[in-house]
Design a protein around this ligand. Sequence first.
Ligand code: ATP
Length: 884
Amino acid sequence: MKWYQLDVERVEQKLQVTSRKGLTTKQVEKRRKQYGYNVLETQKNTSKWLIFLKQFQDFMVLVLLAATLIAGLLGEYIDAIAIMIIVLVNGCFGYFQEQKAEKSLEKLKELSAPLATVLRNEKWEKIYSKEVVVGDIVKVSSGDRIPADIRIVKSSGMETEESTLTGESLPVMKHATAITRDQLEAQDQVNMGFMGTLVTRGSGIGIVVGTGMNTVMGQIASLMANTKKVMTPLERKLAELGKILIVVALFLTALVVMLGVMQGHPIYNMFLAGVSLAVAAIPEGLPAIVTVALSLGVQRMIRKKAIVRKLSAVETLGCASVICSDKTGTMTENKMTVKELFIGGNQLYVTGDGYNLQGDFFLNKEKVDEDYPNLKAMLLYGSLCNNASLQVKKGKQYIDGDPTDGALLIAARKIGLTVNATEKYRIIKEIPFDSDRKRMSVVIEDENQMRYLITKGAPDVLLPRSTYQENAQGRSVLKAADIEKIDEAINGMAEKALRTLAVAIKPLSKNENLDNAFLEKDLTFIGLYGMMDPPRKEVKAAIEECNQAGIKTVMITGDHVKTARAIAQNLNLLPANGLVLEGHQLSEMSVEDLEDVIDDTYVFARVTPEHKLKIVQAFQRKGHIVAMTGDGVNDAPAIKASDIGISMGISGTDVTKEASSLILMDDNFATIKSAIHEGRNIYENIRKFIRYLLASNVGEILVMLFAMLLAMPLPLIPVQILWVNLVTDGLPAMALGLDKSEGDVMKHSPRNPREGVFARGLGYKIITRGILIGIVTLIGFMVTYQNNPDNLIYGQTIAFTTLVMAQLIHVFDCRSEKSVFARNPFENIYLVFAVLSSLLLLLVVIYWEPLQPIFHTTYLGIRDWMLIIVLSALPTVLFGFTKK
Ligand code: ATP
């Protein structure tokens, strides 16, 4: 017998669990041991050794190693060993960097790993999907990916999309009854839910019958493509630029070697020097360091509650010019409280805030009780057509489910309606809420087997479907005058920033058609709820900050236009002449029409998720870089189409999370602002070390080239060149990646996404500083060598020291786009530490006797140091004054 052929009870028996209680911790542990984790084993991890070896895979490094081998064979042991050690240390450094980047990306993956809601020890809890075991009772709802193969126990209008398994993209309706037929394909097993497939509508509960590789998905997992690491735009740009720089560096190196040989330097010496120079000067590691900087930045973002799913988002964040944000939950707290009711033509006020179950109902300052006509009925309807429940955790009330639904439960409690009151009713059918329909309905049956439909939803959706109304005198036809009065009430509530919700019912006969199309019409209007959802405290300031940073904030909401306008005004989001557009207007507009007005529009109300795509497209056509938030399953297309798709960590569905490039752990708008702030900062830091590394390389090549042109001996020997490269490429560059922003990065407009790597004067700065570093090094060498022609080592030590010092001073220049004097050099403690350690290493190489023969160095006196310091400070100080 297959799982789909068994009754739910049999499945429960076989798996030793009941769907009321779930597994116990003991059972879970035992099953975990037996079946392992719920993961698909599609990817093998690259071994650490391979990552280490990869560091030496670069062509020039291989040539260098070969050359060193030849040097060793020729008897130049010291050189050979020294070069080997430097290459090895360099390799280790690369390895650790890569590991660090890898680890932080791993952590990211973990943080954004899918979650599952399971019933364990009689309590619903959220766990990582990989921890689900056979026998777990799981709850899924619209937008979730099913975490394992499940036998459905309960379906509330649950539909799934199984195209990943079956290729069929039409949704499949799920139910819980056993199927007797045999040999069914996955798509016909309509009482099963399969791992990795998507719930598109409704919700359901199921028992896990298969996990990991023992699922239908597991069987085809090996067919799934492995995810490849994709380069971010900047990494790609740098990789391309790298190719050009390789050619330039190789050409210049070849020139150095050729000139050297022509000047009579031994070929072997020139060859080794050339290869070392090429290894040092070719910035092949740039994309890798960018990855490290991005992943370090990503870690900082995690601390600010933003999880980056795609590394490229970090760069794009810095270019964002529009944030389109959902209102409910992102700009507001999503803590709804019913404040007003409209029943039988009268306005009632409700007291008691938040999750406080105490509160009273007032009519014109006079307290009313449960006998007030239709009050109890309306609150009962609100509790029946409801998917939330009130729970207590650590002595505190909280709502499990949709906060709108939760608010209705709390309002009902205020006149003493508890769960007991609703238990008498049986739910026959449910048409779930979604943002497109803007309503939810249930068909219920009472103790006397009387059936009726309860619908709740946006008033402007329900009113046109209502023919009657209920008031103190009973049911009557809903006339134009009544509708006018209701509209007035809606407007009154909305202007106070209250979210409005209408309730209507329809009596049904026992054998009445329960088709969706037939059900939700000719309704009897009962009343309105007006509920408050306060804006989050931080949002107003965050919007203001974005404004100053040249980023426009746009509110998108399914709520009533007046509610939206009131909240937007509270948040200072809507300027006096700003437009507010409504969903029905958007439907009539083409993307081109929208493009004409979009720059003046700040609020979109009563929109459905489909409209969001149009909004993204219109902004993009205007040249904007758009960040778009979303939570529901239907938001995914707009999130995908936007430049930075943002999903919600708490309320978001798996589908939107998968489509997004950024997840807000706290669902908070202010976190988007922090992420943009960080994104801008990371980009500036990347610019800093590109500038530093390339200027260093230019200096290194030029000093050799100038010397050869002037027919001088080699100012630097291969080991020295490699050492400079190691010490400067290493810690100081990394420390620049951790630099704080210069001034306030949120005070200027977003960066142009088409901006090149060398934009805003970066190329000029690299070349000018590089040339000067080359020149001062050469001057140091020339002055010393001309005075001591017999002591080449002395001249080389001066050149070597000047070059290193010039770079270690220049690194402070790279922190500022303006001038080295614009910033306090001790502000970045990592950089100070990195420079001090490089300096210490330099002193060791110069003064520690055993190393002197290896690095061809000799003692330097005070006067030498004075010369070195003056020369090496020159490039930085000079440009510090010119400020260019
Ligand atoms: P935002 O886009 O700002 O996040 P929202 O997504 O909460 O807003 P929707 O959830 O689409 O907006 O809600 C739109 C309207 O649907 C609400 O104004 C309300 O009238 C109605 N509504 C919201 N939640 C429910 C629910 N659970 N049941 C029935 N109707 C609802």
